[in-house]
Design a protein around this ligand. Structure first.
Ligand code: ADE
Ligand code: ZN
Length: 330
């Protein structure tokens, strides 16, 4: 089987962050919103660094103005992900952007997203699950409201709770209440850490938020004792190498620590994060990793098995996805 034919699991992905630029441009035009400054000369999103990325992300998201827009977004994103061989996708969804953390509004957005996901599953064979995500730089009070939305809608579709946004704002302990509430609702937990914060930010997310997975976590490589701890505890890193390189965390693919983490025995997965913002796709991620580190089908198959085990979905979904990962009979 060639790398392109491999079925893929993606666990770290932001729904708005996957919005095709043409869709956002269309919606902006229809709503008479001028966000032309977020696009570069080639029509794609244009960002130089992480603070600018967060601004552009929020500007693009501002044109998504109701459940119908999120249904359109979900359909477009899932069609593209399925074309990249993704069979199971967990995406971050933010009640901050979907109804301003009002529970009734959030339910309406969620209903629209779930309907679009069911249609995409029937048409393209891709399964979507949602991770409700608070935004760190919006502060702990809003995170609490977000966690309530998550707890109220936890179930077969909403399977996790997480935190994204500016990793240098506040401290993980400020968000412990939100994570406790989500844990009590039975949700899987993940936190962005060890991207812009150093290894200590990973330690803090593990001790203060008691997460099962870390979004990025790559800066753990700077602390050998932490790497050992990750190996011992089986904490899974959701690594997005193309995102890290696009945002200047590492100068090139060979410098990225993913291979050193893998060789050390850390459980890790590969995702795109915000694919059009970082000019990437799952195919590009796999191809660059194969070029940089000589990864072959066996390595990618192993990574997808780790992702399957770490997915927050229920047992029936996991069993159905496992079948899709099995090599086809020849
Ligand atoms: N929101 C969307 N993508 C993000 C990322 N890579 N880090 C933090 N917050 C985000
Ligand atoms: Zn992310």
């Amino acid at each position: 089987m060639s790398l392109t034919a491999l079925p893929r699991i993606e666990l770290h992905h932001h729904l708005e962050g996957a919005a095709p630029p043409a869709l956002i441009r269309d919606m902006a035009r229809a709503r008479h919103v001028d966000i032309s400054g977020i696009f570069g000369p080639d029509g794609g999103y244009f960002c130089r660094d992480f603070p600018q990325f967060l601004d552009i992300y929020e500007a693009a998201t501002s044109v998504l103005q109701g459940p119908g827009d999120y249904a359109r977004l979900t359909a477009a994103v899932l069609e593209q992900a399925a074309a990249q061989g993704v069979v199971y996708l967990e995406t971050f969804l933010s009640p901050d952007f979907c109804g301003g953390r009002d529970l009734t509004a959030w339910r309406e957005y969620l209903h629209a997203i779930e309907e679009a996901a069911a249609a995409a599953e029937a048409a393209h064979g891709i399964t979507l699950r949602g991770i409700v995500t608070c935004i760190r730089h919006f502060g702990p009070d809003k995170a609490r409201q977000t966690a309530l939305c998550a707890a109220e809608t936890a179930g077969p579709f909403i399977v996790g709770f997480g935190i994204a946004g500016n990793e240098t704002a506040g401290h993980p302990r400020d968000f412990a209440w939100a994570f406790d509430m989500a844990r009590e609702a039975g949700l899987g937990l993940t936190a962005h850490a060890g991207e812009w914060g150093g290894p200590q930010s990973v330690r803090d997310a593990l001790s203060d938020l008691r997460v099962d997975r870390i979004g990025h976590g790559v800066r753990a490589i700077e602390d050998p004792a932490l790497v050992e701890h990750l190996v011992e505890t089986g904490i899974v890193l959701e690594i997005c190498p193309g995102s890290n390189i696009a945002l200047g965390l590492y100068p090139d693919w060979r410098s990225h620590p993913i291979e050193r983490l893998r060789k050390a025995g850390v459980k890790l997965t590969v995702s795109t994060d915000d694919p059009p913002f970082f000019r990437t796709s799952m195919t590009r991620e796999y191809d660059r990793l194969a070029d940089a580190f000589g990864w072959d089908e066996d390595v990618f198959a192993q990574i997808n098995r780790v992702a399957l085990d770490a997915a927050f979905c229920d047992a029936d979904t996991r069993a159905a996805i496992a079948k899709k990962l099995e090599p086809a009979d020849v």
